[in-house]
Write a protein that binds this ligand. Structure first.
Ligand code: PMP
Length: 389
């Protein structure tokens, strides 16, 4: 019997056997020609996955928070104005990081938890001042709110702000066309839809972001995050010239290159479509089971994850029952509603059978928690979507 449970949290996710094999390989020198070839190829592939042919990719050891930190450290100078489109916990974090590097931050907050600020409200704020940078969380993992990145990026551009997207819970799952949509910088981490164990901060900076960095009047105040150090490393790898600044996480980068190859083999359009279809199936199941979601409407909802409220009479103890039925889910994260909802990640290599296994385990868990519903109704709703697609 397999004694593994299915990990369906919004990151880290389930990784493919090929990616995990790369993690277990004998570690090479970080200067070895075969590693530099792999690192260079991973950088080239990142441009394709972010759909940003003119972007400068950075792959640096650290988590998604470091990718946010790198962004703020390199783009912000003391006194710069930044606008944060706030949809939850991770937007709060971005605002705090921008402030740490000296930005004066204006936040436009969602009118309610589970909602996103209206484009009109963002435009009204952009009109009132001259913002150097606008930060957007594509999917706020605390609420499963997904924003209209395309519309927001167009607005930011129109008013001359650098558009920065925290795509930690989005890149390689949610549709995001960095260059076409005018996004100046997009960032993510390895452990979510990119499909690699935790440990890599990934940033793709477009030409306007790189220009803003080059035109800085003051030095970057964070030594490790400074692109002055990292740019020669990334450029060196792409021209297959080994250079050293800090020892790169060799196996993680090997695994990244494997995963990016798998992502591009599937194709970005097919990948976006698969994420949409599986999300639709899962959300249909949740609705059929009578569970309300945190996002206030389908157009404000992520495709990489789902955040349902517990139904009446059920609390977080149901997660234990679901785990006993074989699937690990995550509890709430947004402090205001933490104990009232749970979170499911369905991104990366996720399959239709993972969706059905998860819905089945949720049904078992809810039944054990004493919730009354027609057995199988969630599974039927998910299968209906999966059949028709
Ligand atoms: N932004 C978003 C949207 C996230 O979901 C996360 C992680 N859940 C982060 C930033 C921070 O990433 P990490 O935990 O890898 O530092």
């Amino acid at each position: 019997m397999k004694d593994r449970k299915l990990l369906m949290i919004p990151g880290p996710i389930e990784f493919t056997p090929e990616v995990l094999r790369a993690m277990g390989m004998a570690t090479t020198s970080h200067m070895a020609p075969n590693f530099i070839e792999v690192f260079g190829q991973a950088l080239e592939r990142l441009r394709q996955v972010f759909l940003c042919p003119s972007g400068q990719p950075f792959v640096i050891a650290g988590s998604g928070t470091l990718a946010m930190d790198i962004t703020a450290a390199n783009l912000v100078e003391r006194g710069d104005k930044a606008l944060v489109v706030n949809t939850g916990y991770f937007s709060d974090r971005f605002a705090a990081i921008l402030e740490r590097y000296g930005a004066t931050v204006t936040q436009v907050r969602a009118p309610a938890i589970g909602d996103a600020p209206a484009l009109e409200e963002i435009e009204a704020t952009l009109k009132t001042d001259s913002y150097k940078l606008m930060a957007v969380t594509h999917v706020d993992t605390s609420t499963a709110v997904g924003v209209d990145v395309k519309g927001l990026a167009a607005l930011g551009r129109q008013y001359g702000a650098l558009v920065v997207v925290d795509g930690v819970c989005a890149v390689a799952g949610e549709e995001m066309r960095q260059e076409e949509w005018g996004i100046d910088l997009a960032l993510t981490a390895s452990q979510k839809a990119i499909g690699v164990p935790p440990g890599l901060a990934l940033v793709v900076a477009g030409p306007r972001a790189m220009d803003a960095f080059r035109q800085r009047k003051t030095a970057v105040s964070n030594y490790y995050a400074d692109w002055t150090q990292w740019l020669p490393i990334m450029e060196g790898c792409e021209s297959r010239q080994p250079r050293y600044f800090g020892t790169p996480p060799v196996n993680l980068i090997w695994a990244l290159n494997v995963s990016l190859g798998q992502i591009l083999d599937e194709g970005m359009e097919a990948r976006f479509a698969r994420h949409r279809r599986l999300s639709e199936a899962f959300k249909a199941a949740v609705t059929a089971l009578g569970l309300r979601q945190v996002p206030v409407s389908p157009d404000k909802t992520a495709t990489t994850m789902t955040a349902p409220y517990y139904p009446a009479g059920v609390d977080s103890k149901v997660l234990k029952h679901i785990e006993e039925a074989g699937v690990i889910l995550a509890g709430g994260l947004h402090p205001a509603i933490k104990d009232r909802y749970f979170r499911i990640g369905h991104m990366g290599a996720v399959s239709a059978s993972d969706i059905l296994a998860t819905v089945g385990a949720i049904e078992t868990g809810l039944a054990r928690a004493g919730y009354g519903f027609e057995a199988g109704v969630g599974l039927a709703a998910a299968q209906e979507v999966l059949r028709s697609a």
